[in-house]
Design a protein around this ligand. Structure first.
Ligand code: PMP
Length: 298
């Protein structure tokens, strides 16, 4: 990913893609004091841009460091990156980390660095997998308790369990892993939240030890606008046996149907299809605030 043309915004200025480097003794690399965002661009606009950049700030604050650029400055930098790379439909990756000044566990005085990259990325799963529903398997790793890890932060360190889980199930031919939480409840996928449809109603886990995804909240709003009942509650994996439809939601995966989890199979049913379409239409249209923000900037 490092050997390509283009520009990456790094600490206030655009640098050529291949030169956007950090030192091997970067604190964020050794001790995972690093937070990031994942955003999608549709028709030249970052969907829910302000929310993502606010979450970047909040994630860093949870880890105890302050991002030296305001949300507005990050907004402007992200737009600059899109423009410099000519991206109208793609993905934006802001990342912030503690630098290389001190190497011990404690690094209170270390610099906080920020970079923003963007690239074209049409689909997270293949379009076929997305329409037919993906296959998932329960992960061997669980989401930690809120007093064990900073679960509300989109912190790089938390992705260790996601990557290990995803690799393990991919080796067995599955598309993604279902992660249970420390109590054995259904939590989420490795980079997305999860919804179940039972008897025509939606059920999704309470986000008390994983991200309350921006897409998750958008889908809940869309579902209620469509007249569906949405329950946020504790869900045990045994309930998969009486579940009709399952889908996952996230910036990258958007709304993606799930056709299989372990021994349970599901249909790509009407509710999933309706919400998938409603979400696609919303992102293509642009959410109101993002639309008005770019109109006033233009
Ligand atoms: N959970 C995890 C572990 C994720 O990586 C993501 C993607 N950021 C989500 C949930 C969904 O969050 P969002 O809808 O804000 O992208």
């Amino acid at each position: 990913f490092d050997d390509r043309d283009g520009h990456i915004w790094m600490n206030g200025k655009l640098v050529p893609w291949r030169e956007a480097k950090i030192h091997v003794l970067t604190h964020g690399l050794h001790y995972a004091d690093c937070v990031f965002e994942g955003e999608r661009v549709y028709n030249g606009r970052i969907f829910k841009r302000d929310e993502h950049h606010q979450r970047l700030h909040d994630s860093a604050e949870i880890l105890g460091f302050r991002i030296p650029y305001s949300v507005d400055e990050i907004n402007a930098a992200a737009e600059e990156v899109l423009h410099a790379n000519g991206i109208a439909d793609g993905y934006v990756r802001p990342v912030a980390w503690r630098g290389s000044e001190m190497m011990g566990v404690s690094a209170q005085q270390n610099s906080v660095n920020v970079a923003i990259a963007a690239w074209e990325w049409p689909s997270y799963f293949t379009p076929e997998a997305r329409m037919q529903g993906i296959r998932m398997k329960t992960a061997p790793w669980r989401r930690p308790a809120p007093d064990t890890a900073p679960v509300k932060s989109k912190a790089a360190g938390l992705y260790m369990i996601c990557t290990m889980s995803k690799h393990q199930v991919e080796a067995e031919g599955y598309n993604d892993a279902l992660m249970l939480d420390y109590r054995g409840r259904i939590a989420e996928a490795t980079g997305a939240n999860i919804f179940l449809v039972q008897n025509g109603e939606l059920h999704t886990p309470v986000p008390d030890c994983f991200l309350d995804g921006i897409t998750r909240r958008t889908v809940i709003d869309l579902a209620r606008q469509h007249g569906y009942t949405v329950h946020e509650r504790a869900i045990m994996p045994e309930e998969l046996a009486k579940t009709d439809e399952v889908f996952i939601s996230g910036t990258a995966v958007e709304v993606t149907p799930v056709r299989e989890i372990d021994e349970h199979t599901f249909t790509v049913g009407e509710i999933t299809r309706n919400l998938l379409t409603a979400y696609d239409e919303l992102v293509q249209r642009g959410d109101e605030r993002a639309a008005s923000a770019s109109a006033s900037a233009a």
